[in-house]
Design a protein around this ligand. Structure first.
Ligand SMILES: Cc1cc2nc3c(=O)[nH]c(=O)nc-3n(C[C@H](O)[C@H](O)[C@H](O)COP(=O)(O)OP(=O)(O)OC[C@H]3O[C@@H](n4cnc5c(N)ncnc54)[C@H](O)[C@@H]3O)c2cc1C
Length: 422
């Protein structure tokens, strides 16, 4: 009997993996995802329509292949424009998956995968409802690791550790809002709370309190590919020279298309050096805010309702009338605290990954950027055997660096489908 392929996780990465496998003629695919619809995951389950895509519409179709469903024409039919609500990308992908699986041997198990073990001819994947699936190959499309909590062990409705669980109801009557973090998730939290509570005032705290710049479309620096093959220090010198002639948006957008090639040609030490000295600066300029979000934040800042504060939050103490927020310097009183500090970096924070680490079926990337994989997305086992488990998406940053956005996910899903066929 031909063994099946099991995809674990049915967010955008799991959905694109499924589409790519079907396009390449694979059938007999199981996908394990607790959410009812496939393709939404964390980012595209957004229910609030001011939570926007952070790129222009055509960029969501970058690296599309000939048979791919395309977001731009789909959106144009609905008379929507750039920086559309993220929910719409979820609608688009869910629809694309429903069409692609019609009449095909594809099963969706609406639960979680809890363990995977090797068998003589493949893998056995156990689900939390007790079902065991057998497979020739599995693909981990698990998304971000869970957030690292600000106040582990304290349960208080005024402390929101999972920023995507924020609802307008939580923000009512809670005027003094402290947000840990100043990135895109922090801005999304502000926009939601400010809409729900017009009296809310915000303090955004982080060690380096910089909000993402506003996105805009420019002509990318055309000669960026010349920097491929150079060391991080040499590239920094070349980039500084270019910045004398070009706007930084042009330089960064020129570089973006080459990041994976630059990264994969660096040695391990060069990657480590970049992570230590250049990554923060790069990521700040790379992750842009959709203009409507950016303008809303500026409006709140100008009205004196939003300020930035340098310092990490190291303790939260709930009282009846407030929460004391202890920062590196000083204490703030808050009615609502939201954690937007991002996902944990420890693979152990994910139950399934913890099981796989113990079994030696996956190993950690030496840079601490997720799972160690090969160029085709295949996980490295502890004893160096080729694995039947692949990984896709944010957990593969150590190998490709650019793995989070839809275009990269779609490209890597194609490479995995080809490797499985081979
Ligand atoms: C808020 C936000 C906004 C973004 N905006 C953009 C954008 O505008 N453009 C862009 O290109 N990219 C954007 N991104 C990047 C984004 O990461 C990708 O576009 C994409 O959503 C990642 O999908 P994913 O499937 O890897 O992860 P997720 O969406 O997190 O999906 C992972 C899925 O795995 C499931 N899962 C986890 N563990 C198990 C298990 N043990 N068993 C079964 N299922 C499991 C979860 O239920 C989840 O649904 C955004 C990301 C975020 C967080």
């Amino acid at each position: 009997m031909k063994l099946r392929i099991v995809i674990i996780g049915g967010g955008a990465a799991g959905a694109w993996m499924l589409l790519r496998l079907l396009q390449q003629g694979h059938e007999g695919i199981d996908i394990v995802e607790p959410r009812a619809s496939l393709g939404r995951g964390l980012a595209y389950s957004a229910r609030f329509d001011k939570h926007l895509l952070n790129v222009t519409t055509p960029k969501m179709d970058t690296f599309a292949e000939a048979d791919d469903p395309l977001f731009e024409p789909w959106l144009a039919e609905r008379a929507e424009h750039d920086y559309a609500p993220r929910r719409l990308y979820g609608d688009f992908l869910t629809e694309a998956v429903s069409k692609a699986v019609a009449g095909k041997d594809v099963r969706h198990f609406q639960t979680m995968a809890s363990t995977i073990r090797s068998t003589d001819d493949g893998l056995a994947i156990t689900l939390t409802d007790g079902t065991t699936l057998t497979a020739s190959h599995a693909v981990l499309a698990l998304g971000n690791l869970p957030p690292k909590f600000l106040a582990a062990g304290i349960s208080d409705p005024r402390i929101v550790e999972h920023p995507w669980s924020l609802t307008p109801g939580i923000a009512q009557e809670r005027d003094r809002v402290v947000i840990a973090g100043t990135g895109l998730t922090a801005l999304d939290a502000v926009v939601l709370i400010a809409d729900a509570n017009p009296k809310a005032r915000f303090t955004l705290a982080a060690a380096h309190p910089l909000t993402p710049p506003c996105d805009r479309t420019v002509t990318p620096w055309a000669d960026a590919e010349h920097i491929i093959g150079h060391s991080p220090a040499a590239i920094w010198g070349m980039v500084k020279r270019e910045l004398r002639q070009h706007d930084w948006y042009e330089v960064v957008d020129g570089l973006r298309g080459h990041v994976e090639t630059i990264w994969t040609r660096w040695t391990h030490e060069q990657r480590r050096s970049f992570m230590r000295h250049g990554a923060r600066l790069w990521l700040h300029h790379r992750h842009r805010s959709p203009p409507p979000t950016w303008h809303r934040i500026e409006e709140l800042r100008t009205a004196g309702r939003l300020s930035l504060r340098a310092g990490r939050i190291h303790r939260l103490t709930p009282h009846t009338d407030r929460i004391d927020v202890d920062l590196t310097a000083g204490t703030l009183a808050a009615d609502l605290v939201v954690n937007t500090t991002g996902p944990s970096l420890s693979l152990r924070s994910h139950a399934l990954l913890s099981v796989l680490l113990d079994a030696g079926l996956v190993t950690e990337c030496p840079l601490g950027l997720g799972i160690a994989i090969d160029d085709d997305g295949r996980c490295r086992t502890r004893d160096g055997h080729p694995s039947r488990i692949f990984a896709l998406g944010t957990l593969t940053r150590g190998q490709f660096f650019e793995t989070v956005a839809v275009p990269h996910i779609r490209k890597h899903a194609g490479d995995i489908a080809t490797a499985i066929a081979g």
